[in-house]
Design a protein around this ligand. Structure first.
Ligand SMILES: O=C(O)c1ccc(O)c(O)c1
Ligand SMILES: [Mg+2]
Length: 612
């Protein structure tokens, strides 16, 4: 698959955009005209810079408001076009994108557009270039690719073909199946964009909210299937107008972009396997098979030495036992049932306690790591003593480390024996395993984190929600395996403050019993106010004894059509806190209605910083 990216996707100068695209491994780029006009590089220098970087220049775009105009306007437009075709020759670009007219078209008569596009085709041919006509979703008269296809067919000019952009087709709900009726040699260019399902005007949606494939809600696998059956084998290009990507590090964005195309390529391979290769001419190289996690292998918490005692005490109060120090590294293991927490005291600059690494149980760690590498996840070097288990890890977009652990005998990973402590099974544990982990994400890499979880970790996005915190809305995106055994919750805080401290939720089969025992051991619970319990009673009509019990223990409660949910939180320990959850019946949620209450309770207990 030939990969390409529009310079509008990336921040920086044109030169930086080219360098970032090349560094991420793209084959080519689309030059977005405003990037070129604002650049001080001559066309010849842009061409040679791209060549030196190993990039092809695949498209010049956009050319606007050409067809369906009056005579005088047509004359001006042809003059404008000639100037751009001349520029394309200097840049060495053979295809220009023409957006359907949004402003100056005066007639809805296709015959006029057909005639004028024919004249544009003649002019393009004389410069040795071609024009890819794109039906913008908000085009004045042409806003449907099938309408554009009828026009292009009628123009019947070798220099006039299509640019198909998934956004313009899927945002309007057009059926992409008719792509297969367009002759392959008339599809000059394809732009792939995803977007979250929003109800808003098309232009704002397109200009601000596009995301890379796999980061939104469009069915791009299906779209890709139609392109392949149409016989398209040209560049698959990304054209993502996105407010965040415009202001974040272009090198990181380009990696995110490339990962999205690798992911899309895998979807394409799957579509071909399902539907047969008929018509397809695109060369595709599949990714190593997806290795879905079957459990949490460990959670690693890192902190300054002097803050670790608090973490140790809390884990002890939650029923964990100290399973000893590693024989060669400054890390210790705390375990209980299938829950393992590694405390890393090796980094004196680590600051307050935070989740630094997650280990997942996978059946084939080598394959999982190889796949992650193909998806551009940088490997994490890990010191290893003689005889120690090899742990393969990669860095996630939020810089946390993700390790692929082998499923051990009896569910216990082999590396546990590298720790000196007791490995005896806790009888009557308070918690049995990790239920989910909430990770705070920065605004810069939130979309990238979603794609990373989907493509590298085989976690599917669940409907996202906004949770009200005292300092703003926290966007919460659950990523989960189909069976719900492995769940991550990506939280995007408005402030990046402690409102979205990370947390580890442990599963218990008896949250009430666990709360009682933890209290006996002196656990500091996050206190929940009385109003919450009154509201709970009004909503759920709970038995008075039950309500009294959870009020006394400071537990929270939720219920859905499948079951019930009981949970409680510890006080925050730096940037991390713990939660104990009990799922009764088939409850699949996270107590979303309780989250604002928890955030408010944490906010009111934050350390007061004295004014200077
Ligand atoms: O928003 C626009 O104007 C615009 C320009 C060029 C494109 O290819 C596109 O999809 C949208
Ligand atoms: Mg486009």
């Amino acid at each position: 698959m030939k990969t390409s990216i529009a310079t509008v996707c990336l921040s920086g100068t044109l030169e930086e955009k080219l360098k970032a695209s090349a560094a991420a491994g793209f084959d080519g780029v689309e030059i977005f005209e405003p990037d070129f006009v604002a650049s001080s590089l001559s066309p010849e220098l842009v061409a040679s810079t791209a060549r030196d970087l190993g990039l092809t220049l695949d498209l010049y775009q956009p050319f606007r408001d050409f067809e369906g105009v009056g005579q005088e306007k047509l004359r001006q437009n042809l003059r404008r076009a000639a100037a751009k075709f001349d520029l394309m020759n200097r840049l060495g670009i053979s295809t220009i994108l023409l957006c359907s007219n949004v402003g100056t078209a005066v007639s809805a008569d296709d015959a006029l557009a057909v005639d004028q596009l024919g004249r544009l085709g003649d002019l393009a041919e004389s410069y040795g270039v071609r024009v890819a006509y794109e039906a913008l979703a908000w085009g004045r008269y042409v806003n449907d690719y099938e309408h554009a296809a009828a026009i292009v067919r009628a123009v019947d000019h070798p220099a006039i073909g299509h640019c198909l952009d998934s956004f313009h087709i899927l945002s309007r709900g057009w059926d992409p199946a008719a792509i297969e009726t367009i002759p392959a040699d008339k599809i000059f260019f394809v732009q792939m964009a995803d977007a979250p399902g929003l109800t808003m005007d098309l232009l704002s949606w397109s200009r601000h909210h596009r995301v890379f494939p796999g980061e939104g809600g469009f069915d791009l696998a299906d779209f890709m299937g139609h392109l392949l059956r149409a016989g398209y084998d040209g560049p698959m290009s990304l054209e993502i107008f996105n407010d965040t990507f415009r202001r974040t590090d272009p090198f990181r964005t380009a990696v995110d972009a490339m990962r999205s195309l690798e992911w899309l390529q895998e979807l394409a391979c799957q579509a071909l396997e399902r539907d047969g290769r008929e018509g397809s001419r695109m060369e595709l190289s599949p990714l190593p098979t997806m290795v879905a996690p079957v459990g949490f292998n460990f959670v690693e918490i890192r902190a300054d030495d002097h803050r670790l005692d608090q973490v140790r005490t809390t884990l002890h109060q939650l029923g964990f036992t100290d399973a000893g120090n590693h024989h060669s590294k400054p890390v210790e293991l705390w375990s209980q049932g299938g829950a393992r927490v590694i405390i890393n005291r090796g980094d004196s600059t680590a600051g307050s306690p935070a989740v630094a690494a997650l280990g997942f149980d996978v059946l084939d760690p080598e394959l999982a790591a190889e796949r992650a590498g193909r998806l551009l996840a940088p490997p994490v070097p890990r010191d290893r003593g003689a005889g120690d288990e090899q742990l393969l890890g990669v860095r996630a977009p939020d810089s946390s480390e993700i390790f692929f652990g082998r499923v051990g005998r009896g569910g216990v990973p082999a590396w546990v024996s590298e720790f000196g402590g007791s490995t005896e099974v806790t009888t009557d544990p308070l918690v049995t395993r990790v239920d989910h982990v909430n990770l705070a994400q920065s605004w810069e890499y939130f979309d990238a984190a979603v794609l990373f979880c989907t493509s590298v970790l085989a976690l599917d996005p669940q409907p996202s929600l906004d949770v009200a915190a005292p300092t703003g809305l926290v966007r919460s995106q659950v990523m989960s395996t189909a069976d719900g055994i492995v769940r991550l919750v990506l939280n995007l805080s408005p402030t990046g403050s402690a409102d979205t401290a990370q947390h580890v939720a442990f599963a218990s089969t008896d949250a009430i019993g666990a709360a009682r025992r933890a209290r006996e051991r002196g656990l500091a619970f996050l206190p929940i106010g009385e109003n919450y319990y009154e509201d709970l009673d009004s909503r759920f009509d709970l038995k008075p004894e039950f309500l009294e019990e959870i009020r006394e223990l400071q537990l929270m409660y939720d219920r859905d059509e499948r079951g019930e949910f009981l949970h409680f939180y510890t006080e925050s320990l730096g940037s991390v806190f713990f939660e104990i959850v009990e799922r009764r019946g088939g409850y699949r949620g996270y107590g979303a209605t309780n989250a604002p209450v928890r955030l408010a309770a944490q906010h009111s207990r934050r350390p007061i910083v004295a004014a200077p």
